[in-house]
Design a protein around this ligand. Sequence first.
Ligand code: FES
Ligand SMILES: [Fe+2]
Length: 351
Amino acid sequence: MNILYQSILCQSEIREINIKQFSKDELFKYFPESWYPLCLSSEIHKNEVKKIKAFSGHLVCYRGENGKVGVLKQFCPHMGTDLSNSKVVENCIECSFHLRKYNPEGRCTSMYGHNNIPKNAHTQSLEVIEKFNIVFVYFGTDPKFSFPTFSRVENQEEYYSSNVANYFLNTPYQSLLFNGFDTHHLGCIHSRVVSDNPQFIAVNEFLLTAEYSMKVLPNRFYDKIVQRINTKENHVKLESWGGNFLIITLKDTKDNILITSLPINEKESRIFLTSMTSKSTNLWTNIKQYFRLKLTTILGVEFLKPDIKIIENMRPEIRGLYNELDIGVIEFWKYWDKLPRDKNFQDSFFR
Ligand code: FES
Ligand SMILES: [Fe+2]
């Protein structure tokens, strides 16, 4: 058994969580394959190239004249020039040294003074999806699961979403993740009382769900507002995809909330929060939805505020967990440990 988990004590016994795939070092060095929010769409303009710190390295992100975003390995595969010093030409990124062009899929489309492009001229890229004013990348060679769907959005291509709240945090990404499943802390810092038997289901290797009810205690002004506009007891459904992509659905509301995070390096991360719902053809419905989504996001941020303060400089550790109280964290870490990580891909992408 991995040493990380030997210290998980459950009142009178050692709870064994068998770690099959990774050593403790690997568990924290490699990131699970998933859809990650890289930046806001508004942060990357047409014909702009940016170097972005992520996954303990750097990525090069650019937007072509056609609006399409490409995310590539930082260094040119020819002789290692930093591609973030390049410019955008014909919807490709053009290396500033020998002027090779790479499209958003990483394919070399032209070589100065040469017509036949050899196979090894291509570079590595990440699959990109832009939604909710966020640029998402799949961190892996090929997506092993599709971009998650949102139960409150009828047609996944047509939606309304709120503005995105986002924060840079001095918190290791791993410390952020279990927060959503830590039902114990809902009572401690969020004035919520969780029902006795939260249900956790590992639907597949990428998806863990949790369902529980929680009562809202009117301890703060914020809680009183939630009670008034929402309900005194909420039925909550959480869906965690790839560890970092958390969709929240409350039974009595019409929107989904997305909380998702990006690892920047061992000590820093960035968190994004937004809410979304179906698009309507009715103007009045749209106006109501606009304000409702705004409020949902504001309340979501208010809910997160106590966490953001506490998780500053937190270390990713689990010790002394107790069955009755920490079941959510235990279930989450069992799932998180088993999430696939492509070590070869990650080593080669930052080499
Ligand atoms: S180093 Fe980029 S084209 Fe030569
Ligand atoms: Fe929290």
